[in-house]
Design a protein around this ligand. Sequence first.
Ligand SMILES: Nc1nc2c(ncn2[C@@H]2O[C@H](COP(=O)(O)OP(=O)(O)OP(=O)(O)O)[C@@H](O)[C@H]2O)c(=O)[nH]1
Ligand SMILES: [Mg+2]
Length: 391
Amino acid sequence: MKLVIVGFGQCGGRIADEFARLNGRARGLRGLDIITGVHAVNTDRADLSGLTTIKSDYEHRILIGNKKTSGHGVGKINELGAEIAREDADKVVETIRNSKHFQETDAFLLCAGAAGGTGSGAISVMTQQIKERYVDKPVYNLIVLPFDHEESTEERTVYNVATCLKSSYLVADAIFLVDNQRYVMKDEHLRNNLDKINHNIVQPFFNLLCAGEEIKSRYIGAKILDAGDIIQTLVGWTTLGFGRSQTSGFKSLFTSTRHFRVKASETQKGTQALDEAISGLSIKCNPLDSKRALYLVSAPAKEINVDLIKELGTYIKNMAPEAIIRSGDYPREKGTMEVTVVLSEMSDMEKIRNYFSKAINLISEQKKRQEGLVSTQRGIDITIKDIPSLL
Ligand SMILES: Nc1nc2c(ncn2[C@@H]2O[C@H](COP(=O)(O)OP(=O)(O)OP(=O)(O)O)[C@@H](O)[C@H]2O)c(=O)[nH]1
Ligand SMILES: [Mg+2]
């Protein structure tokens, strides 16, 4: 599957930058292209300069709203981010269309942080604009939720997240939710942490996108997972995970790969990787609430067997009994067994529901505060009229 990636704001831009590196790895390691274009869009010139892999010309790093912000961002006001995106939408859409391999694109993936201003405001507006112009291509969002501490220290956080999520939900074909808090690694500088987090966010897409693009017969699985399967799976709120277990060495104890203990061990490695993928899903959720799911096993060809696929299928079916499950195998890896999981069309996610109720409370509190402000102004106005003026 081939994607066009567009990142909005600092967070979105840096995740798009990570996708550019992912495509570099697909080319270098596998001779495949999985991305037809990577663009970063921002109201902040410095953020665009900080990227490292996305091409640095104005067609790949797109500055918007320069007249309104003078290249300094929108300072967390996501309404302004949305307004600027609406005004400059044509510029962005035209630029994307002009990229060289655009015709090969299967879908769009737009990325942003929900708590900021530019990305949070722009992502839904641009999703809508792109959907109107490319009716036959799905448009997906990848939305990053803030760290817990941002909620308590920054007033706008909850409001931005709630409005961003609602607006995206109204227009995007599916939304990958990524919770920064799930990726927090202690004892590291934030900068390093963000790089690692971004790497972990993007990593699960590698096999998922490569599997259907393989052309060499020895890398094509018994059951290919291609763009059609992925598109059929992605609907509404979505989460994804990735797990890996080492396979090298465990066979050396036995001379034959037909030995029953070898087979049992392969299955065990598979469930171990699947366990890791599920426990590391990009947002905490209950798999029971998913209506569509997908899993992909990537391992050396001789380690993928019917029992393994069956075992993983049963595991997911028990976990998500209501889901339509699609699967595939990808005989590529050496020495590792990797499992990628997508759970989609989630009917509930506690964290998201909480954002909406917190925002509703916040809005009614603000209304009350404003009303209070209005009455004190009246109060001053009343007392001030009896004081003599020097003018
Ligand atoms: N995972 C991840 N999260 C990030 C990164 N950069 C920022 N964030 C998160 O994104 C949110 C802030 O959004 P930004 O992308 O910085 O904001 P923006 O879209 O540039 O908007 P303005 O700066 O207000 O114009 C916060 O919740 C951050 O924790 C990043 O590189 N990776
Ligand atoms: Mg910014």
